[in-house]
Design a protein around this ligand. Structure first.
Ligand code: 5GP
Ligand code: ZN
Length: 113
């Protein structure tokens, strides 16, 4: 997808701090961390929002989530982590390639405000 920041990061055209990669997903450090550990888990296949997700992409996203527990050691998530998908303007989505925020490294309040 042309002009997509995360497609360019996945393709290596824009540098990123890669933490993990396989055939279906790319995990890297958020440039503006909101927690001591803040990663972005990005399915490689481009789609912007859940509304656009095909059945095949849904299966891939499920596989990515299922793999996450096996990556907790690599990512330092042993003490727990929070997953967030921002969808649309009220949630503050700024990059329109679906991604899962992985936040960890401190005890988090349950208040998204
Ligand atoms: P959203 O607001 O769409 O849910 O999340 C986009 C995230 O991408 C933000 O947390 C932002 O800090 C991060 N981000 C934006 N541009 C870059 C970049 O060039 N590199 C990296 N590593 N993260 C970025
Ligand atoms: Zn993209």
């Amino acid at each position: 997808m042309e002009d997509c920041l995360f497609c360019k990061i996945i393709a290596g055209e824009i540098p990123s701090k890669k933490m993990y990669e396989d055939e279906e997903m790319y995990i890297f450090c958020d440039i503006d961390p909101k927690a001591p550990k803040h990663y972005l888990m990005v399915p490689k296949a481009h789609f912007a929002r859940l509304e656009e997700m095909t059945d095949e992409q849904a299966a891939v996203l499920g596989k990515c989530l299922k793999k996450l527990p096996s990556l907790t050691g690599l990512l330092g998530l042993e003490n727990g982590y929070r997953l967030i998908i921002n969808q649309g303007p009220d949630a503050g989505q700024t990059v329109f390639h679906l991604h899962v925020h992985i936040l960890a490294g401190k005890k988090m309040a349950w208040n998204p405000a």
